[in-house]
Design a binder for this molecule. Sequence first.
Ligand SMILES: Cc1cc2nc3c(=O)[nH]c(=O)nc-3n(C[C@H](O)[C@H](O)[C@H](O)COP(=O)(O)OP(=O)(O)OC[C@H]3O[C@@H](n4cnc5c(N)ncnc54)[C@H](O)[C@@H]3O)c2cc1C
Length: 353
Amino acid sequence: MVIEADVVVIGAGMAGVSVAYELAGEHAVVLLEQESQPAYHTTGRSAAMFLESYGGPEVRALTAASRARFDEAGGLLSPRSLLWVAPGDQLAELSALVAAQPELVPLSPAEAVARCSALRADWMAGALLEENASEIDVLGLHQFYLGGARRRGATVLVDAALRGGRQESGRWVLDTAAGPVSAAAVVNAAGAWADRVAAALGVPPLGMRPLRRTAAVARATGVDRGWPLVADLGETFYFRPEGAGVLVSPADETPSEPCDARPDDLDVALAVERVNEATTLGLRSVVTAWAGLRTFAPDRKPVAGPDPAAPGLFWVAGQGGYGIQIAPALARMAAGSVTGGAVPHALSVARFR
Ligand SMILES: Cc1cc2nc3c(=O)[nH]c(=O)nc-3n(C[C@H](O)[C@H](O)[C@H](O)COP(=O)(O)OP(=O)(O)OC[C@H]3O[C@@H](n4cnc5c(N)ncnc54)[C@H](O)[C@@H]3O)c2cc1C
């Protein structure tokens, strides 16, 4: 039996569930996930931060526009400020960031140490504070969208990989692991697999690049739960309190095929070494480590909206390292485009076609 829908969304990570939520109610939506668990891939592996000073202008605008949804869902953000720190050789980056974002508060090394007592004042030349950054309850947001989409009538199918598809008389006919599905529109929200999904539908790829990023939790003593997320301006490491220890990352970007990403021991060791250089934490043992694929378009901006190369195909992809914090605004834009709404050229699929 063929499942009939108005819109099929491919992928039940944060991108797919948020778009399905925005479309359900008004449209018959089917959400297809290849894994048996939604949020198994990148969405379940993030550092869970909401940072308004992170990313280029388009990402920052999407982040700011997303805040209202977090507030409306309630209880999904908890205070965790962001401290950008710069050793002497990163002062040019620090000047550029404060020029672009004058709302950031410049701090001296001593003032930075007052915010995070583990930092070495003699390691830093300067710092910038984003006071109102937050930690995100990522699975809470994912559940808000997934549960909400279901309540609005969406059908969610797991173990339902899209294998192929073609257009027939203005509709997509999809071959999936859960059987055939037919829909007027398809939304490609497949994360690291977005180009593979396009290929399965006979559509040219956009050149999406999955880049592996590693995170680990290390045992630490003397951690103050109120410390900010500390990140260096050169993006070579970050850390923040997590449980009884600290979450650390070497901010790596290793090109990868779409896959179930695994952490490399060397990347975990690099994270520990870099955090130890900048702090007095003296980290030695790692409790757990993981990796996820941050997927970027060639110009590192998100991609949303209709594909000029394939009528009835829409994208919501290339969220890079911001896909949780920008999900609400990007989902509204991508869902709106399915019914004819506009997408700015800088975020459109058309910029690559
Ligand atoms: C270490 C790390 C730290 C991060 N920190 C942050 C942060 O602090 N803040 C932030 O906002 N972002 C952060 N990110 C980025 C964020 O996690 C991602 O941008 C976001 O999760 C992307 O969501 P997605 O739904 O596009 O991808 P995914 O979560 O990967 O979802 C895509 C889904 O599509 C499914 N799929 C693929 N192909 C098919 C198919 N053929 N058929 C059916 N289903 C298919 C996959 O199984 C997958 O579930 C971080 C990422 C990493 C790795």
